[in-house]
Structure formats: structure tokens, C-alpha cells
Ligand binder design. Structure first.
Ligand SMILES: [Zn+2]
Length: 384
């Protein structure tokens, strides 16, 4: 059941409490005497840790209804409560899907006083305002359900989260089913709740593989694909930034954590033993795309296959394990810092890469296209 909270002035209705809203409760929204608003995206149902701690959030997502019949100026202070101002410089823009628009656009905001001042003309109807394009838990379920009739597609849940939500997977295989020579390719997204880029990238990959064109058909002869576009359903639904709960698990860590979503994800990885693993994220750096690998050769080969996305004014930041260890002065990677790419390499010899595709200068259609391009490059990287 979806519970919506609404706060209404003469002109505007603020809507929160929906799948992926942040702040998730009206307790994080204040209406001022002068008709302006303050929202606090760090609001949590209980005090949190990591990026769920006060002032450390990365997620903001509310809907605003202009209840009149003409454009109205909407003034809102997005109070990140970032007393240290360490993360604030990442919040100098928001993304908006206006009620009359097909896609999201970027609006710059003024930083100050631990937050950001948004001032924007809204057309009549419901406008969605977010740190990044919204992609809820149910968006993933609906998307996967829309593909069930396609040849070669199987969908199921790999397990439930702590709050009982399914962790959906979509497998694409050749229609005749099992071919033991096939290599298993796993693509996962939303380890971290706010990072919607991965969900859109996966839509781009799946849509492409389900066409009848020669390249996807050739790929399906060689590979079996496992897409998990929503690995952290509780964090996504409850409007969190990184974890599965205010004090929950970090799903990008392979160290054991007492969390049902973490266990379900690990069980599925252990069952499939993928030859290829692509984990898609989006960090808050605006123009840096992240290319995080186990070896220097993997990073350099991938970049050669998918050069800097200069059309978005983005460039790659490369980081492989040895470089990371040198940076932090470690001889070996501490267990608590290992991610799935370390884990699958050690256990199964997997070619594993983590990518970060921040939203700045990008639309959702562009992100789907980037997903297709990334999968194509990934499958051409030399496998030892
Ligand atoms: Zn992440």
C-alpha cells in the first residue's frame, strides 16, 4: 500500500510518502508563513549511520502540485542540514520533471546555510523534483513484468528484503534454454538506494537485447544474462541514500551483514558464479564517470573500448585495486572494504567491473543509451 502525505497551501500541494520519496514523511517538510517551504531530506524514521546520518544524505525527491491554472513561482529551501558543508557542493543542482515534460532537466540552485535554495516557475499539475531522476521499487517490478512475454525471458525473485519486498531478476537466455557452453553475465544496480542511473542503464541493455537485430542475437548465443535492477528495495522505497535501513547494510560490501537483501544477493551470486559481473552506481561527482576494476589492464582496456563521454562533458576516473590499496596504504584489502568485484574475482575468477554514471548533463534516454554502450564495451574486455 502506498501512503501519501500531503501539505497544502492555496497554490501548492507538497506530496511525499510515495515509493522513493525523500524526506519520506511530512515531518521533514515545513511550510513558512510567507508561502515558501523548507524540506529536510536527511529526515529518517530513526537516527541513522553512514549516508543516513543527519546532514550526510544524497537523496531528495518530492512532488509538488501547482493547484492553480497558471504558472506559479515555487520557493523552497532544501535544508541538507550539512553543518560541516563537506557534501554540500554536490547539491548545487536538482533534477526536475515538469508536469508537462517527457524527461528530466537540470536546474542549478544557490548553496548556503547548509542547504540549497530552489526558486522555480512550476506549470499547473504535478511536478517531480529530485536529486536524480526518480526510479522507484515498483518501477522496477512494472518494468520486469512488462518483459515476461518475450522469448527467452524468465523473471523471478531471488529473495525478500527485511521488509518483505522482492528482489527481482530478469534472465535472458536462448529460448531452447540450457546451453552449458554459455557464459553467465550478471548486471546489478541499486546496491545504494539513491543511485537510479543503474536502473535506467539496465532498461537500455534489456530493451536492446530483446530486439531482433544481429548484435543482440549474437550475444544471446554466447551469454546468459542476469539483470538485477533493484537489489535494495527497502532503501529505494523508503527514500534512503545508501543503506537498506537507517542502520542497515551496505549492499556494495561483500563482508557478511545481518540483512535479508544482502543474503539474497550473495546467495544468487554464489549460485550463478558469473563469469562477468557489472555493478552500476552513480556517485555525486558531477563530471567524473567512475571505472573501478580489479586490474589496471581491465580499466585501460574498458576505457579504450568506451572512451570518455565528452558529449556529456564527462571523463573517466580510473581506479583498480592496487591503486586503491596504495592510496590508502594497505598491503591487502581489508575484508570490510571489499565489494562484489573483489569477492567474485577471488571466488570464481570473474571479470568484474563497477561503473559510476552521475546524472549531470544527462537525461533518462541518454542514460539508457549509456547502459547499452557500457555492456557492449564490457563484453569485449579481454578475459584472462
Ligand atoms: Zn554507489
Amino acid at each position: 500500500m502506498i501512503v501519501l502525505w500531503e501539505k497544502m497551501t492555496e497554490k501548492f500541494k507538497i506530496i511525499t510518502g510515495f515509493d522513493g520519496a525523500s524526506p519520506f514523511s511530512m515531518d521533514g517538510v515545513t511550510e513558512n508563513q510567507d508561502g515558501t517551504f523548507e524540506v529536510r531530506p536527511s529526515w529518517r524514521s530513526e537516527p541513522g549511520i553512514s549516508e543516513e546520518a543527519l546532514g550526510s544524505g544524497s537523496r531528495f525527491s518530492i512532488k509538488v502540485e501547482n493547484c492553480t491554472d497558471h504558472d506559479q513561482k515555487f520557493d523552497c529551501f532544501i535544508n541538507w542540514q550539512d553543518a560541516t558543508q563537506q557534501r554540500l557542493n554536490h547539491h548545487d543542482f536538482v533534477m526536475i520533471k515538469f508536469s508537462d515534460a517527457d524527461d528530466w532537466e537540470i536546474i542549478m540552485v544557490e548553496l548556503g546555510n547548509g542547504g540549497a535554495q530552489l526558486s522555480v516557475e512550476l506549470p499547473p499539475g504535478i511536478t517531480h523534483i529530485s536529486t536524480s531522476p526518480w526510479y522507484g521499487y515498483h518501477t522496477a517490478l512494472d518494468y520486469i513484468a512488462s518483459k515476461t512475454g518475450f522469448t527467452g525471458v524468465t523473471t523471478f525473485s531471488v529473495g525478500n528484503s527485511n521488509e518483505g519486498r522482492e528482489i527481482p531478476v530478469l534472465v535472458i537466455d536462448t529460448p531452447d534454454g540450457c546451453n552449458d557452453d554459455k557464459q553467465d553475465v550478471m548486471i546489478i544496480a541499486r546496491n545504494h538506494a539513491y543511485e537510479s542511473a543503474g536502473s535506467f542503464c539496465i532498461e537500455g541493455m534489456v530493451d536492446d537485447l530483446l530486439t531482433n537485430s544481429p548484435t543482440p542475437q549474437a550475444l544471446l548465443k554466447k551469454y546468459r544474462f542476469h539483470f538485477l535492477p533493484m537489489t535494495n528495495p527497502d532503501g529505494v522505497y523508503n527514500g534512503l541514500s545508501r543503506l537498506t535501513a537507517p542502520n542497515g547494510a551496505d549492499l556494495n560490501r561483500s563482508i557478511e551483514q545481518p540483512d535479508a537483501a544482502w543474503q539474497a544477493l550473495k546467495n544468487y551470486i554464489d549460485k550463478v558464479k558469473p563469469q562477468y559481473l557489472l555493478n552500476i552506481h552513480h556517485w555525486m561527482d558531477k563530471e567524473k564517470d567512475g571505472l573501478l576494476t580489479n586490474t589496471k589492464a581491465d580499466a585501460e582496456h574498458f576505457r579504450a573500448l568506451m572512451p570518455d563521454l565528452v558529449e556529456d562533458k564527462h571523463y573517466w576516473l580510473l581506479e583498480w585495486t592496487q591503486l586503491y590499496l596504495n592510496q590508502y596504504g594497505f598491503n591487502t584489502c581489508p575484508e570490510a572494504r571489499k565489494s562484489w568485484k573483489d569477492y567474485t574475482l577471488e571466488k570464481f575468477g570473474t571479470l568484474a567491473i563497477t561503473l559510476e554514471f552521475p546524472w549531470f548533463n544527462r537525461t533518462t534516454n541518454r542514460m539508457r543509451k549509456i547502459g547499452r554502450q557500457a555492456l557492449d564495451a564490457f563484453l569485449k574486455v579481454n578475459k584472462n
